[in-house]
Design a protein. Sequence first.
Length: 357
Amino acid sequence: MDLVFRQLQDQKSSTYTYLLGDPSSGEAVLIDPVLEQARRDAALIRELDLKLVLTLDTHVHADHVTAAAILKKTTGSRIAVSASSGAENIDVPLHDGERLKFGRRYLEARATPGHTNGCMTFVLDDQSMAFTGDALLIRGCGRTDFQHGSAEALYRSIKDRIFALPEDCLLFPAHDYRGLTTTSVAEEKRFNPRIGGARSEQDFVGYMANLGLPHPKQMDAAVPANLKCGFIDTAAPALDADWAPLRYTYSGIDEIDAEWVAEHRRELQVVDVRDPHEYTGELGHIAGAKLIPLGRLAAEAEALDKGVPVVAVCRSGGRSAQAVTILTRAGFGKVANLAGGMLEWHMRGLPSADEIP
């Protein structure tokens, strides 16, 4: 495998984020990251053993705030956005034709203005894939009625810059509101109702002038934040918990290491969700752990104190991961899964209850 590729989605804004990595060097780039999904994306990058070197925004978004700033703070990645976007805090101001390297691979930045004046399409080095932002969508395209948009400019960008790619080049947009994931140059040239087939520039401009779309709901907050590349106080939720050194997983669960739990167990509510015979079995249990089998946890969660952090534990960390989900739904804000469960506890030589004087 010579490329790591993942297509990720933020359901609230229908935004796609793309992770591309070079497995030989471990370097990776992230295209159009969404603030609310920063923990998810950082977890995936860590689990795939990659190093994020660049975040790329295809344009200044009007429907969500970029995660570029918070990812730079937490991973050291650099921020790349079009030099024509008017944005501040850019580390790599992009110009047409610039190559963005990650390990042995690179993306070519192609200027494709029209939706906004700073739109970029990122083309993979072998032209097998291109990331079109809002310039070209699946059977559609970005609107042109704000942020210095121009239907004439967008027509030329699509026809001359995107449709000039090989017909089998796969195209990945920044958004899709119907759950569609990818298309190709050949498909859009033939089937796109706005610009495909024999549509002229006059046809396209007339179509775009009569869309009648309301402005994006998040526009008033998102555009100012994105013009600062996400560097605003209200756009920086903490990626890490303040009560423990948690590790957020791509599966959506906070985990905690056994050594930390052993050192701080008196400050925690340790909830063992195994069956009673396991609790007293050969693996034993952690001193002070409260036994609540997983099947009873939802009904008995009220017996726990929501003001004290909870660590869930089972044999291997599987059932206790589900316990974290149950407790989170029940309103517990400080809850984590003991990574590896009692198997990991014993592998690290930590004592069970009957081994503590």
